[in-house]
Design a protein. Structure first.
Length: 287
């Protein structure tokens, strides 16, 4: 029983029908008409009900970013800040290989998770059947810099780039060297399925220190984060040294954050034996 019903049940028998009606009119004059309660929003169903959970979306659209791999949880963490932003996402590799009518699962997942983003996909096969509102596909070859640059020119600003293409080290390296300089400051670059870096059959290498594999390139980026600490005075920082602020390694997945890497170093104070005591500033004459 509501409070209103309880009060009515207790008071009305005491004051009678006319007294109760008088009390009700007094309340209306002093309090005013009460607004009608707002109807409860309808419960979301289908994709809308899971649109905030990238793992559930990946499972719904049957992309291997959840299931065969456990990538979606990491994507959720590093891309959540873009959830309702307007931006361009480019994914290399649409899936389905040459099989007719197959592929595009992850592009549909991205579209559902980012309601205001433009989703772009590149594949060596024609995947135009995937095209729809906010999803655009291109035929391109990630081993060919001119092909990549041509597609990037059609898209414009690149905020998120995901390499889920051939997974062959030479292709991964070419794609990174071509597209990373075009990534917007503050953007995210992702390389998936890095296990192929260790497989000679996939143009990788058993040599963990090989400089020519995708993991060899990616591991070097972590040294570049600390280029200001190098004691080689002749070292010239590379573009990636100066423009990467985070490299995050997960099982078969690497996420790179672009930004200005210029925090400075305390090496001259810490390594006085190497650099000598900093000279005291010269006193200036006053008049």
């Amino acid at each position: 029983m509501s409070i209103k019903s309880a009060v009515k049940k207790a008071v009305k028998p005491v004051v009678g029908e006319r007294g109760w009606e008088t009390l009700r009119k007094v309340k209306q004059r002093t309090v005013g008409p009460q607004p009608k309660p707002k109807p409860k929003p309808k419960a979301l169903t289908g994709v809308a009900a899971i649109s905030d959970d990238l793992c559930k979306l990946a499972a719904h659209f049957k992309t291997d970013k959840w299931g065969a791999h456990k990538y979606a949880q990491h994507y959720q963490r590093y891309l959540q800040h873009l959830k309702n932003k307007e931006f361009n996402l480019l994914e290399i590799g649409i899936g389905g290989y040459a099989r007719a009518g197959q592929g595009g699962a992850s592009l549909r997942m991205w579209k559902a998770f980012f309601p205001n983003a433009q989703i772009h996909g590149v594949d060596i096969q024609d995947k135009s059947f995937v095209d729809e509102d906010r999803i655009t596909t291109y035929i391109g070859d990630q081993s060919d810099p001119e092909s990549l640059l041509s597609i990037a020119g059609k898209i414009g600003k690149l905020d998120v780039i995901i390499d889920d293409g051939s997974h062959r080290s030479p292709h991964v390296i070419t794609t990174f060297k071509t597209l990373f300089p075009l990534l917007a400051d503050g953007g995210i670059y992702v390389v998936e399925d890095t296990q192929s870096s260790y497989w000679p059959e996939w143009m990788g290498s058993e040599d963990l220190d090989s400089p020519d594999t995708s993991m060899g390139l990616l591991k070097r980026l972590t040294d570049g984060l600390n280029f200001e600490e190098f004691v080689d005075e002749d070292y010239k920082p590379t573009y990636t040294d100066r423009n990467i602020v985070g490299v995050h390694f997960f099982h078969n997945l690497v996420i790179i954050e672009k930004g200005v890497n210029a925090e400075g170093s305390n090496k001259r104070q810490a390594l006085k034996a190497r650099y000598g005591t900093p000279a005291a500033p010269k006193a200036t004459k006053t008049t």
